[in-house]
Design a protein around this ligand. Structure first.
Ligand code: HDE
Length: 516
């Protein structure tokens, strides 16, 4: 008889696979009877109430009705972008006090720890997408500071596809499924990108070796935009945030990524969960070292490019990385839906000592995120435990869908004579200094601002010859699926980066068979 165990793949049970067994081990003596949501003992969980053995179900079987009602409402709208993701909790530790730059308590002294939540995500795919697709990865951090929540909602790349928020919905439409076929559409994908040259820097990152990170732990993160630090007396310094993985960078080659996508579409989620559970045994948790780059207003005015342009990096030679902290992820969510699906980040959540910059894209994001959450999670999403600040909220907002906290009878209007909350008299010291704006309101198109010089440096100075070849192959494999005119236009766009890149791409495309 054939030994069937030999033909099977060796299935390795991991920490994620043990979740229910671990629960059962811990809870076996504590489990009581099954209740309704009103904590009333259920009469029967396996059989509906019927009129006669083979007769119809009666309306008064409220347990059945309640179970179906709850089930129908288990899903909420997924995030319109970054739908698929995972997250965890931990702490940020300051390793260099920044009291000369910011009044933020996060950086007030060495050793200061701030609790954090982190969510990683893929961008374009829906909730069920595979974790190993070629796509930027979201890397968002919520700092639960004693001064309120500071949200740093970044990606695993230092740059982005556009400068103006009005382009974002169009860009995303082109990267998501075609609304007729509901399939990824490579005409749409390359049509948009080849018509919008400001995307080219980000596209080169995406089609380079770091385009498919090996899980979430082996990638860097970036706040990407330029932000402001506000110090004493409203001193302004421009700042970028960079977080480098302590696990080392690891990426997947396209073939391996495709195989994993079929075998375990939740590969990155599983890896993060298991790494944190393993950390409980070894004490070694996933962590990142946190850096800043800073620029004075004077330097900004003299810079040869716009320092608020998110399609550009600040060269490290001119603006060196300064190590200022680290963060550690040491707790998995205990309820994924409550703590990760409902976790919501808003780039407009600036605690004292942080502020925005004139980056147009950031200005658009300040509005977009809270508005998305209002649609997805409802009016009082900030009262959900995972979004609630550790500092008690005192304001004049009341009521609405699913309200949890009604401020203990404090007045709901301002000003008032009852000692209700007032504005902190020194709050003005924390905001950006006055900005001189003397300009005509008009439509200023930034689409033709220098799009190619940094991508050219990336191609010529950062990539070695093997990395160049891999990038050409990866680009060609994708572009080949688009219509001929779009293919040609894409090649011409890359020729603007460097004629060598354009020529190699044209050659690779000429050699490839067009197939899907
Ligand atoms: Fe987002 N983005 N984005 N984005 N983004 C969202 O917010 C948006 C941009 C990023 O784990 C949405 O809650 C606009 C840059 C991350 O929950 C939405 C623009 C960067 C996440 C939204 C951008 C990001 C989002 C979808 C251009 C990196 C996931 C649902 C103006 C620096 C956060 C939601 C999480 C999510 C809008 C561009 C990162 C629709 C309008 C640039 C990591 O509000």
């Amino acid at each position: 008889m054939a030994d069937s165990s030999k033909s099977k793949e060796n299935y390795q049970r991991d920490e994620a696979a043990e979740q229910l067994s671990n629960w059962s081990e811990k809870n076996k003596s504590k489990i009581g009877f099954s209740d309704s949501a009103a904590a009333i003992d259920l009469i029967n969980k396996d059989v509906s109430l019927t009129a006669g053995r083979y007769g119809p179900i009666v309306l008064r079987d409220y347990d059945l009705l309640q179970q179906l009602q709850s089930f129908h409402r288990e899903r909420i709208p997924e995030r319109v972008v970054h739908a698929k993701g995972s997250g965890a909790f931990g702490y940020f530790e300051c390793t260099k006090a920044l009291t000369d730059l910011t009044v933020s308590k996060v950086f007030e002294c060495v050793g200061k720890k701030t609790p954090i939540a982190v969510r990683f995500s893929q961008v374009a795919g829906n909730l069920g997408t595979a974790d190993t697709v070629r796509d930027p990865r979201g890397f968002a951090i919520k700092f639960y500071t004693e001064e309120g929540n500071w949200d740093l909602v970044g990606n695993n790349t230092p740059i982005f596809f556009m400068r103006d928020p009005i382009l974002f919905p169009m860009f995303i439409h082109s990267q998501k499924n075609n609304p007729v076929t509901n399939l990824r559409d490579w005409d749409m994908f390359w049509d948009y990108l080849s018509l919008n040259h400001e995307s080219v820097h980000q596209v080169l990152f995406l089609f380079g070796d770091r385009g498919i990170p090996d899980g979430y732990r082996h990638q860097h993160g970036f706040g990407s935009h330029t932000f402001s630090f506000i110090g004493e007396k409203r001193k302004l310094t421009w700042v970028k945030f960079i977080y480098k993985t302590d696990q080392g960078i690891k990426n997947l080659d396209p073939k391996t990524a495709e195989i994993i996508a079929g075998k375990d579409p939740n590969y990155a989620r599983r890896d993060l969960y298991n790494a944190i559970e393993e950390g409980k045994k070894t004490g070694k948790y996933p962590s990142w070292t946190f850096y800043i780059q800073t620029m004075t207003q004077d330097q900004a005015e003299k810079l040869k490019f716009n320092p608020f342009d998110i399609t550009k990096v600040w060269p490290h030679g001119d603006f060196p990385l300064q190590k200022v902290g680290r963060f550690v992820l040491n707790r998995n969510p205990s309820n994924f839906f409550a703590e990760i699906e409902q976790l919501s980040f808003s780039p407009s959540n600036f605690t004292p000592g942080f502020g925005p910059s004139p980056d147009r894209l950031l200005q658009g994001r300040l509005f977009s995120y809270p508005d998305s959450h209002l649609y997805r999670l409802g009016t009082n999403y900030q009262q959900l435990p995972v979004n609630r600040p550790i500092k008690k909220v005192q304001n004049f907002e009341r009521d609405g869908e699913s309200v949890l906290y009604n401020q203990n009878g404090a007045p709901n209007y301002h000003p008032n004579s009852f000692g209700g909350p007032n504005v902190n008299p020194i709050a003005e010291e924390w905001v950006n200094p006055p900005e001189a704006v003397n300009a005509n309101v008009d439509y200023y198109n930034l689409g033709k601002d220098d799009n190619f010089s940094q991508p050219r440096v990336f191609w010529n100075k950062v990539l070695d010859s093997a990395a160049k070849q891999r990038m050409v192959d990866t680009l060609a494999n994708s572009i080949q699926k688009a219509r001929a005119d779009i293919r040609n236009r894409s090649v011409e766009m890359f020729r603007n980066v460097d004629s060598d890149l354009g020529d190699r791409l044209a050659k690779a495309l000429g050699q490839l068979q067009v197939h899907l």
